[in-house]
Design a protein around this ligand. Structure first.
Ligand code: ZN
Ligand code: ZN
Length: 677
């Protein structure tokens, strides 16, 4: 045995000299047995280079489960992994956000264990953690039933109670493949073949009698999966190909405690109550009509009122910030889309061409080429730049039938789109102004938090991108410079750029903590070249302008959907389609109701009188169900005093107030776009 020593750097700055082969668990125990018991896994960070967070992709990647670990990158390992080289070490406890993925993936092993004990003929696919839980793909001739899920859940409880250790084992690749093939484990054979090479050792994990091909990490033992629930059963074709066998995907979720799991399901229930499709119906905001087609939105009067307010705000703000407003057509000749490159790069997302007598036309999936044509319609000099053209433009994109979702995924939508054409020297200021504008949108509409992502290209995948290497480098550097200059924290997402340039995406965080992708600022060297755009510079020479695409609501439809869910339909006063509901107590107060209505309308309010021959409480309830911010009730006493009895949404009866006072207070709230009442 060699007696080599390695240096383990701990987060508090201490450096432990330990024999090679020492495990994170040994180190945790030497610090404190309580820390060892609380630890779930360990994070190893290479000593060379800056510390970075462990990459946690949104999509569960097969490679992340099976491909060999990259020791040059930070990575999570089992507590029992022998340490063989100098490293930084962090013990990952249940509080660490990464720990949840480890327990969820471990729960997938527990589920597979239970399934094989109950249904030994089942073949295993793979079982990754996801953002909200985990799944495992199974193949079995007889599909699972919902009753089977209950059986599996009960068996999982037994597996957890056994508290079997997760033990890593290795086997030569060829031996593992031979065993999987002999057992007819076609999916495991596929994964081993895809992610290992001849001569490799294949990594397995054993818990009790169950063994699975996996690189880990896992929690120390099955007993650490303290709260688990199976949530859903769905069919999926193996490798997404309908010619392949149909798999059964069982979804579940897991937590370190029942309390956390209960909170999770309470959040889901709250989200379901806020579902914009449900509220859209209840509040009569919008509809989707089968006769017209999927993914096409009908804005009803109340939804349309909110949209008008959103659009008015946006147009005014654009003018204030130096944009010019334009309108452009919904269709154009295929030739235009050939010039722009959409016909090549984007055709799969476009509606198929329409044949007319003079040419083939296509619905526009983007407004960019139209704004370019306006720019090109007259010669430009450096003194004209930047040119900022804004439009609330309707675009149409092909989404597969069956993939549409309320206002969030549609085939026709309205972008609050703008294109900025400028000189390279102006680009950073323009991008900065876009980011300021985006922040103004989010705060005005009541969102407090946002996250920024910078999507860059993948230089190894050149076929998917237009533009030269130098252009990409300049574009990415400009965007980074602006974000750094503004002190905005951001995450770089390599390979996620648009085909024509890198982009900054701003994701807002709603009241339930969910992330929504809305605002985007995209750089473009490509279209100006394709359209041979020019301006005459100070030097008298012709130059090519650069172009920024930006949409801040993103899509008006989608932004509205997010607003509905964020506010659960209880819109702030300035956005509410009906701001004040009037409830005369009896018929003899109808004349006073008209007077109150006239006074409110004169002050700019959107008002509705309920003069039906109904009981007062019924009228109040109806306005309350419509989430009307204010309900004013009045009878003899109020009429005599030129007053109203005020009921405020969420606060109930606020007592009587002179009408003039109510108007003054509510007006101030509208003017400040307050989210309070
Ligand atoms: Zn595993
Ligand atoms: Zn554009």
């Amino acid at each position: 045995m060699s007696t080599q020593t390695i240096a383990v750097h701990l987060p508090d700055g201490a450096i432990r000299e330990v024999p090679a082969g020492t495990t994170p668990l040994d180190i945790a125990n030497s610090i404190s047995p309580r820390l060892a018991a609380a630890s779930v896994a360990a994070r190893l960070v290479p000593l060379t280079g800056a510390a970075q967070p462990v990459e946690a992709g949104d999509v569960p990647s097969e490679a992340a489960m099976y491909a060999a670990e990259d020791a040059a990158k930070p990575r999570l390992v089992d507590l029992t992994t022998p340490l063989t080289a100098d490293t930084r070490l962090e013990l990952v406890t249940e509080k660490d956000p990464e720990a949840l993925k480890v327990v969820r993936h471990s729960a997938a092993h527990v589920m597979a264990t239970a399934v094989l004990e109950l249904f030994p003929e089942t073949k295993l696919g793979h079982g990754p953690a996801t953002d909200s839980g985990f799944f495992y793909d199974f193949y079995r001739e007889k599909p699972f039933t919902p009753e089977d899920l209950s059986l599996i859940e009960a068996k999982m409880a037994e597996v957890i109670a056994r508290d079997d250790k997760f033990v890593r084992e290795h086997e030569p690749r060829e031996k593992a493949l031979a065993e999987f093939e002999a057992d007819g484990d076609f999916m495991k054979t596929h994964f081993v073949t895809k992610f290992t090479v001849p001569g490799d050792e294949v990594s397995f994990y054993r818990n009790g009698k169950f063994v699975d091909f996996c690189r880990g990490p896992h929690v120390p033992s099955t007993g650490r999966v303290k709260a688990v629930k199976l949530t859903n059963l769905a069919g999926a074709y193996w490798l997404g190909d309908e010619k392949n066998p149909q798999l059964q995907r069982i979804h579940g979720t897991a937590f370190f405690s029942q309390k956390e799991m209960d909170a999770h399901f309470a959040r889901l229930e709250e989200a379901a109550k806020r579902d914009h499709r449900l509220l859209g119906k209840q509040l009569d905001l919008f509809s989707i009509q089968e006769l017209a087609g999927a993914g096409l939105i009908f804005w009803h009067p109340k939804g349309a009122m909110i949209r008008k307010i959103m659009e008015d705000w946006m147009r005014e703000e654009c003018l204030r910030r130096g944009y010019s407003l334009v309108y452009t057509p919904h269709v154009a000749k295929v030739n235009l889309w050939q010039t722009s490159g959409h016909e090549g790069f984007y055709a799969a997302n476009m509606f198929t061409p329409m044949e007319l007598d003079d040419a083939n036309y296509r619905m526009k999936p983007m407004n960019c080429p139209f704004h370019i044509l306006i720019y090109k319609n007259s010669p430009k000099s450096y003194r004209d730049l930047p040119v900022r053209l804004a439009e609330l433009g309707n675009v149409y994109r092909y989404e597969r039938s069956g993939t549409m979702h309320g206002l969030l995924r549609v085939r026709g939508f309205t972008q609050d789109d703008a294109h900025i054409f400028c000189m390279p020297s102006q680009i950073e200021d323009e991008v900065e102004a876009c980011i300021d504008f985006a922040k103004a949108v989010l705060t005005t509409f009541g969102f407090k938090e946002f996250k920024v992502e910078l999507s860059t290209w993948d230089p190894n995948d050149r076929a998917h991108y237009a533009g030269s290497d130098e252009n990409w480098k300049l574009a990415e550097t400009s965007l980074k410079t602006v974000l750094d200059r503004k002190g905005i924290a951001y995450k770089v997402i390599p390979g996620e750029a648009a085909f024509y340039g890198p982009k900054i995406d701003i994701k807002l965080v709603d009241v339930l903590g969910r992330l929504w992708q809305l605002s985007t600022v995209q750089f473009d060297f490509n279209l100006p070249a394709r359209f041979e755009m020019e301006y005459v510079g100070e030097d008298g020479e012709r130059h090519q302008p650069v172009m920024v695409h930006r949409a801040l609501f993103g899509s008006v439809e989608r932004f509205f959907g997010v607003l509905i869910e964020h506010y659960a339909g209880a819109f702030p006063l300035w956005l509410a389609p009906v701001q004040v509901g009037l409830v005369p107590i009896s018929e003899r107060h109808h004349a006073y109701a008209k007077k109150v209505e006239a006074a409110l309308k004169a002050a700019g309010f959107r008002v509705e009188i309920d003069d039906r021959n109904e009981k007062m409480n019924g009228k109040i309830r109806d306005f309350a169900n419509q989430k009307t911010p204010y309900i004013l009730v009045f009878g003899d006493k109020e009429e005599a005093a030129e007053a109203v009895s005020v009921r405020t949404r969420g606060k109930g009866d606020q007592g009587s107030a002179p009408l003039a006072d109510f108007i003054a207070k509510a007006k101030a709230l509208v003017e400040s776009q307050s989210t309070e009442l």
